[in-house]
Write a protein that binds this ligand. Structure first.
Ligand code: ASP
Ligand code: MG
Length: 426
């Protein structure tokens, strides 16, 4: 087999949530004779389930063991359906992965949330790829399973590892050599440190993994296979009359991801843009349809209004306790505290004595940040808000979506209008 053109495919949790999904993945993959790297997420809602298991484990609530059994049953059922009644795959691989989880929870003494998160939550992808790889082999799609932790190396910033590109490139070129194999299968979302502990790249990080591998292997393109026909101008579960965007520039995609579009992980674009590698978003239900192409566009592309809704927002207002102005020194103090606690800032506004910031409601970092801010600032906050962003806005579209709503904060530029408002039933 020769090296040469490489395509990177990513299949998300929804696409592999059932035996039928895995069979469908195989049917999609069969259509492509090229060299492939297939990146797969955890099946269905496994990552959420593992997050609950982790919290219970750290709280000494031993019912986490029942939850692990449930997760095992879910995967065993899928395997049983795929492998004609066999409850496990390739020499008891599933059994051994679940024993590893158990062994970790029994032996581990480290109570750091982020560290334990990565050691436990990463199993979702290890399990899904073991099943999918075995199934593809059984369906005559010979493939090599690669442990992403051995070739994507990060620092020890658990839950949001920073990739060491240089080291990862040489390791990935070795692992994905295309010498004797045409198809490789690996995990999204997970990576490893130099000391071989596991790290993750942030929730929904499998897209990012696909982009990193495409960059490191100089892939021809990346395709994210989803259950929607491509990138839409709004989430059809939340808004009426949506339409598909055929072409989107990298710049626009970064803006959309930044303001909360769920369609791709915000970090995904940069590794692709740096090497001008196009990204296709396509439907695994209709692989012939063209989907959306995200690429380096030299001309500006005409787009309809695009709506992005970020839910579970908190608006925090800070006033210096000594009633001094909110100017550069206090701003830099505020940002240093937010940064230290990894609070992601979605939108800000300043007045003479008040600084307002809209952030995601989040229960691990935010309370610590607020605690620290309280020593110098009076802190007030509103919860259960939504942040609506309208790119390429028209007055009609703005009116349609904000009229009659309580607006707490708003901002408009020529291309973007943003509103923090009460959450409503949608
Ligand atoms: N399984 C991980 C998550 O659900 C990563 C991903 O799906 O991209 O966040
Ligand atoms: Mg997922």
């Amino acid at each position: 087999m020769s090296s040469g053109i490489v395509k990177v495919f990513k299949f998300g949790g929804a696409s592999v949530r059932s035996a039928e999904g895995v069979r469908n993945l195989a049917n999609v993959v069969k259509r492509y004779p090229q060299n492939l790297v297939i990146v797969v997420s955890a099946m269905g809602k496994t990552t959420n389930a593992l997050e609950i298991i982790l919290s219970k484990y750290l709280d000494n609530d031993i019912t986490y063991k029942d939850d692990i059994l449930k997760l095992k049953r879910y995967h065993t059922d899928i395997a049983t359906e795929l492998f004609n009644g066999e409850r496990d795959i390739e020499n008891g691989k599933l059994e051994s992965i679940f024993s590893e989880i158990e062994a970790f929870t029994n032996v581990n003494k480290n109570t750091d949330y982020n560290y334990c998160y990565d050691q436990i939550v990463s199993y979702g992808e290890l399990i899904s790829t073991a099943i999918v790889s075995a199934y593809l082999n059984s369906a005559e799609i010979k493939n090599k399973w690669v442990d992403a932790r051995s070739c994507l190396k990060t620092d020890t910033n658990y839950r949001e590892g920073n990739i060491d590109y240089k080291l990862s490139q040489s390791l990935s070129k070795e692992s994905f050599s295309f010498q004797n194999e045409r198809v490789y299968l690996t995990q999204g979302f997970i990576a490893g440190t130099a000391f071989n502990t596991t790290t993750t790249l942030g929730r929904e990080g499998s897209d990012y993994t696909a982009a990193i591998l495409a960059n490191l292997l100089d892939a021809e393109d990346v395709t994210i296979w989803k259950d929607v026909e491509g990138v839409l101008n709004a989430d059809p579960k939340l808004f009426k009359n949506t339409c598909k965007l055929d072409f989107v520039s990298f710049q626009e995609a970064i803006e959309l991801a930044y303001c909360g579009a769920q369609i791709i992980h915000p970090k995904t674009i940069k590794p692709l843009q740096n090497k001008k590698i196009p990204l296709h978003v396509k439907s695994f239900l209709n692989p012939d349809a063209i989907g959306t192409k995200i690429f380096q566009s030299e001309t500006s592309l005409q787009l309809p209004p695009v709506l992005v809704l970020k839910r579970n927002q908190v608006l925090i207002s800070l006033t210096p306790r000594d009633f001094s102005f909110v100017i550069e020194d206090s701003l830099s103090q505020i940002f240093a505290i937010l940064y230290k606690h990894r609070v992601k800032v979605n939108m800000i506004h300043t007045s003479a004595i008040t600084f307002s910031v809209c952030v995601d409601e989040e229960k691990h970092y935010l309370p610590a940040a607020i605690e620290e801010l309280r020593s110098d600032f009076a802190v007030k906050y509103n919860k259960e808000l939504e942040l609506l962003t309208i790119r390429h806005h028209t007055q009609d579209v703005i009116d349609e979506h904000i009229s009659g709503k309580q607006i707490y904060m708003q901002q408009r530029t020529r291309s973007t209008a943003r509103f923090v408002m009460d959450a409503i039933e949608r």
